[in-house]
Design a protein around this ligand. Sequence first.
Ligand code: NAD
Ligand code: MG
Length: 348
Amino acid sequence: MIVPIELENRKKITYDITIDALPQLTFDTKVAVVTNPTVAGYHLQTLLAHIDAPQLEVITVPDGEEYKKLETVETILNELFEHKFDRKSLLIAFGGGVIGDMTGFTASLYQRGIDFIQIPTTLLSQVDASVGGKTGVNNKYGKNLIGAFYQPRAVYIDPAFLKTLPEREFAAGVAEIVKMAVMFDRDYFEFLVEADLRDEEVLKETIRRSVELKAWVVNQDEKEAGIRAVLNYGHTFGHVVENETNYTTYLHGEAVAIGMVMANALAVELGLMSEAEAERVKALLEKSSLPTSYEIRDVDDFYEHFFLDKKSANNSIKFILPQGIGGHKIVKDIDESVVKNVLRSFGA
Ligand code: NAD
Ligand code: MG
């Protein structure tokens, strides 16, 4: 016997991503802002001045990727119970991608799911992490292995928050922007080559175009069954670089920058991209103060590391490669010797 379930409320999820000065936000429910001491120190006063709610709590968790874990989620959940939050209550993620991912995941869990809003404060979270509804935490088996697809009710992106962001963190966000342009949009790449991101209007335009691209991808493929995987360009190599350097030498975006240079070298080898185009991407990364070189000490070791990546299903590595600038191709089963030859060009 088969009992079909046909959920009527499977309606389309829609929400707006606003890129502008933070508006005044009024709620008729309890609200908790989840943030960390760094972000709170710079910007909490500003945020609180923009929120009206019958009850407003601030939950502060320690700053750092190492706190993006279940224990911290449980701490947040406990605070929500202490403050008698109900199913109509709302969370606001106020911080970078760590806060965003963790707050969204907590919202998905509290009493089986309450609303949340993203107010991202790093460039990376404004153009990448806050868009698309991937939420979650890390554990000892890897990054983001526990989580949920859980969309926010709204995203408010105010570039003014970026004024206090350290330069390296800013550059790390630019890496994900370059990634998007190289994979999907040649015009945007040309725009970035000319762009001075210290100019407020140019920065805002850059964020807008990146968010539009990411939204365009996610709207087609929320759960990464297809095109969303293209966003992993530079990440297959970048993860190995992060891993080999124990996640201490490079910020994620910096490792992705190196990873894109490596992916481009492979693309050149396979005739997908010209050497001149690879040089142009490298030049843009360098202009953005991102690292583009890395010394691979042991090519066999580096290659083995690909298989530890959760995205390398069934022992076949899926390489996300550029096809010229503005195009992409997913290539499987590249000959091991071809890949290793390319890796050797990054050797000592
Ligand atoms: P982060 O959240 O750790 O922020 C970086 C640092 O900047 C932190 O120390 C933070 O406290 C500080 N900071 C934040 N805003 C600031 C401001 N305005 N001024 C000064 N300092 C500020 O790192 P991130 O790069 O924003 O995000 C990385 C995380 O995002 C990773 O955990 C990654 O897995 C996740 N991520 C998720 C997605 C997704 O789709 N959900 C996509 C990309 C990355
Ligand atoms: Mg990334």
